[in-house]
Design a protein around this ligand. Structure first.
Ligand code: GLN
Length: 218
């Protein structure tokens, strides 16, 4: 019997960082680029990147309808930042893409790229200690509908929310040393992370320069 796993949509955005975090949990995640890649998935991470670009690529690669179909069959979904925008039922001033979770989201609501920031917050359902959060030209979730629970509210926005089948975060846990959100999503998918991942949610060996590891200078 083939073991179910978690896929990371590999069309645009930060894919390897999510796969690295899954590996830290003892989960061999897979890159998802085409319909055949959906076999054996319990969950799919739609990463951050640029939502207009992802929106177009989803249609060009014929993946949008596959996600909608597999979601009906029980696939769990997690959208980080641009991924959350794609999953939202309402996008301020724009048409929705997948429209699967009843949230209203406003793109680039903190300002431009230079207004990106990092902070920490306690999200009791996800981890017993504060987790680091990285916001990169993030959207704001400004409203959630019935059946959607708020996991983190800060200032005038909601930063993380979930329905029974979908998790949305407007920040990037994969760009921090913290694996708590990946662990939380794995459990939501019915997968069992490695036992020690339960106790240590911060990987001390994580290298913040891992973002640039593919850019080798001759
Ligand atoms: N600003 C991007 C958008 O609107 C999202 C940024 C991100 O995913 N970090 O699509």
């Amino acid at each position: 019997m083939l073991v179910k796993t978690i896929g990371v949509l590999d069309l645009q955005g930060d894919v390897s960082e999510h796969l690295d975090h899954l590996e830290r949990l003892g989960i061999a995640g897979v890159r998802v680029k085409e319909p055949a890649d959906f076999a054996h998935l319990a969950g799919l991470i739609i990463p951050g990147g640029e939502s207009t670009c992802l929106f177009r690529l989803l249609n060009i690669f014929g993946i949008k309808d596959v996600i909608l179909r597999e979601f009906q069959r029980g696939l769990k979904l997690w959208g980080t930042c641009a991924g959350a925008i794609l999953l939202a039922k309402n996008i301020v001033g724009e048409s929705p893409c997948l429209g699967l979770i009843d949230i209203e989201i406003e793109r680039n609501a903190f300002g431009n790229q230079l207004d990106s920031f990092a902070c920490e917050a306690l999200i009791p359902r996800v981890a017993p200690q504060p987790v680091p959060l990285t916001f990169i030209r993030a959207p704001k979730i400004i409203r959630v509908g019935i059946g959607v629970e708020v996991l983190l509210r800060q200032d005038d926005y909601i930063a993380a929310a979930e329905s029974p089948d979908i998790l949305v975060t407007i920040f990037h846990p994969e760009l921090t040393p913290c694996i708590a959100f990946h662990r939380y999503f794995a459990l939501k998918c019915g997968l069992k992370p490695r036992d020690d991942a339960e106790h240590s949610i911060i990987d001390p060996t994580w290298d913040s320069r891992s973002w640039t590891r593919h850019a080798q200078v001759a």
